[in-house]
Structure formats: C-alpha cells, structure tokens
Design a protein around this ligand. Structure first.
Ligand SMILES: NC(=O)c1ccc[n+]([C@@H]2O[C@H](COP(=O)([O-])OP(=O)(O)OC[C@H]3O[C@@H](n4cnc5c(N)ncnc54)[C@H](O)[C@@H]3O)[C@@H](O)[C@H]2O)c1
Length: 328
C-alpha cells in the first residue's frame, strides 16, 4: 500500500486521483480550502477509511504544520511508496491577473510543500505546472515540445502571464530538488482540464453549458472567433499523473506535456455542447478581448507516451456527453 498526499484534492485532477488511488487500495491524505471547489466532489470518499480529508489552506503555516505532524505519525506505519501530488493552485483565467495571490499559492506554497515532502523523506513529488508557460508559442506543427524555447508575453503586454511565469519557476524548483538527489519527481504541463463536476462558471465548458441552458445564447470573447483549443478530461489528467508515478525512470525532474491533439474552435465547441443538449442553432455573441491569449494551444505528448505508454481515453464528444448528463 502506498501513501499519497494530495493538495487541492477537491479540484478536478485531485478528486479523480483520490478516487482512483483509494479504489486501488492506497491511502490518500488530501486537503483543500475550497477556493475553487466544494466538498461535493469528494463527498463519496468521505466515509472511506483509506481517505482522510482536511479543510486546510496550503498558504497557512499552522495548517501545514498540523498536516506535517499528522504525516509524521502516518509514515512510521511503513508504506511501499510515499508520494506528494501538488494540485492546489490559483488556476482560473480570471485569477491569473492577481499577481500577489497567485505567486503566494502557486510558487511560494508549492516550494514549502516540496520542502515538506523532502523533510518527510517522501519518495516522489509531482508538480502540476501548466501549458500556459508556452505563452505566445503554444502551438507548432505536431505540437510544442517540452524543450521548446519560450516566447513569453510579459508585463508590458499583460499581467496574465504572471500565472505562467510562476508555474515555470516551480519547474526549476522541481528539477533542482531531483538533481540534488533530495527526491524523485517531475512537472506536468496540463492543457485545459475539464470535468463533469466542474463548478467554476467562468471556465469555458461550464460557461457554455450554463448559458445554453438559460436561453440558448452564449457570449464569447472576440478571441473566440479565431481560437482553437484542446480539452483534457480529468480522467485522463489523473491517468497521466498515475502513469508517471508508476514509471520511476520518468521521475527525473523533467517536464511532461499532458493534453490531447483533438483541437476544436470555441465556436464549434458551443455547437457540440448545443447538439448534446438538444438545442438547435445556438446564438453566439462576441464581446470583450483578452490580451496575450494564443490562438492555438497544441502540445506534443510524445515524451510522455514514449516513456509511460499514457494515452488519452476520453474523446471530447464523450466528455461533453458526460458533462451534459451531469448538468441535466
Ligand atoms: N484546469 C486546467 O485547465 C489546468 C491547466 C493547466 C494546469 N493546471 C494545473 O493542474 C493543477 C490541478 O488543477 P485542477 O485542474 O485540478 O484545477 P482546480 O481549480 O479544479 O483544482 C485546484 C484546487 O486547488 C484548491 N486550492 C486553491 N488554492 C488553495 C489553497 N490556498 N489551499 C488549498 N487548496 C487550494 C482549489 O480549491 C481547487 O480545489 C493545478 O496546479 C493547475 O495549475 C490546470
């Protein structure tokens, strides 16, 4: 039996990961401050003796001291593997512009959580980074690769990139800790994770579904006239985390892209959602413009696939059907 500690466990990747790990017979200690989630996403796990949940804030030193003391007691029981997965983050687009808060949670607390893992002699730390680090060079033929050089929009263009820059910094902390032999681990650059349980109304899929259900009319940013995106179901984001944890040679401190190659325009995404809701001819209106938002975001997952055998399983059509089913 392994011991997993998951920050942001009520979030999209965290809750599915906790579900799959406990089902596989492992112990999961998870916490969340419900910044962008609620207890509902892990409610089904609450009675499970393999799952322990704490309403903790990763930025709160007292909370983290309590967690550490608790884990010190757990560890002496002897688990085959002891793994930290850092999912807690200020994630959504709206918050990207809040530089201080984003830096605190996404960079400083990521580093403190990594230090805790090292002090507790954990085997592995998984650092959730983001495909936002590709910034203005988010696509190329065959998809951008982990070792591609970056062209970053900066403070002259938009505060938005502060999220990406912070996450990029965490990849250096991760690599350094592995290079110094303190722990094994890696960073993961996810692209547009979604989930049927997603609460966040400003994320694109819940926004489209809510708007369509209300009056069949969806308001999109002007950017959506051109933008294409890929979407990664949380079942697949979680499967990627597990595939990496189960491949010790992959935990070399480096970075892995995790996404699909199923690109869709945002307008076609609205049409797909409408179709699944049984709505004909949805009305689409355009308002507002987001600076420094790349037109496409297409990642090469060759490194991950070659090293671990991971492949996305949930097609976008299937995933939208799952969201619509839940939404109804
Ligand atoms: N969702 C995406 O599209 C996406 C894309 C790229 C990268 N990522 C990264 O993947 C990781 C997992 O994100 P997700 O997709 O599950 O998003 P999510 O927002 O669903 O999950 C993040 C969780 O962290 C929690 N959280 C935020 N601040 C916290 C704090 N101070 N203390 C404790 N918990 C806190 C939130 O309440 C939420 O439950 C994050 O690090 C994120 O940056 C996500």
């Amino acid at each position: 039996m392994d011991l997993y500690v998951i920050s942001g466990v009520a979030g999209m990747t965290g809750n599915e990961l906790a579900r799959q790990l406990t089902a596989a017979g492992h112990k999961v200690v998870g916490f969340d401050n419900f910044f962008a989630s609620s207890i509902d996403t892990v409610r089904d796990l609450l009675g499970n003796e393999s799952f322990e949940f704490f309403e903790y804030d990763i930025d709160n030193a007292d909370n983290m001291a309590s967690l550490k003391a608790k884990l010190e007691k757990d560890v002496v029981r002897g688990y085959s593997r002891f793994v930290f997965v850092n999912c807690a983050a200020v994630v959504h687009t709206e918050h990207f512009y809040h530089v201080n808060r984003t830096f605190r949670t996404n960079v400083e607390s990521m580093k403190s959580f990594l230090d805790m893992a090292i002090e507790l002699k954990a085997d592995t730390y998984i650092n959730c980074s983001t495909s936002e680090v590709y910034s203005m060079d988010s696509w190329t033929r065959g998809g951008v690769r982990e070792d591609s050089f970056l062209t970053l929009a900066n403070a002259e263009h938009s505060q938005r990139t502060s999220y990406a820059v912070g996450k990029l910094m965490t990849e250096f902390f991760m690599r350094d800790a592995v290079n110094e032999g303190k722990i094994s681990g890696c960073s993961i650059r996810f692209a547009n994770v979604y989930s049927k349980n997603e609460l966040y109304p400003k994320h694109i899929i819940p926004h489209i579904l809510t708007s369509l259900k209300k009056d069949g009319r969806v308001e999109l940013l002007e950017n959506s006239k051109k933008n294409r995106r890929t979407f990664l179901h949380n079942y697949d984001s979680c499967a990627a985390v597990k595939a990496l944890i189960d491949t010790p040679s992959a935990l070399d401190g480096s970075v892995y892209n995790v996404g699909t190659d199923e690109e869709i325009t945002i307008v076609d995404l609205v049409k797909l959602c409408a179709d699944k809701l049984g709505i004909k001819d949805p009305e689409i209106v355009f308002d507002g413009y987001r600076e420094s938002d790349p037109e496409r975001r297409l990642l090469s997952t060759e490194k991950l696939v070659t090293r671990t055998g991971w492949k996305p399983r949930v097609t976008l059509e299937k995933g939208i059907e799952m969201c619509v089913e839940r939404f109804k």
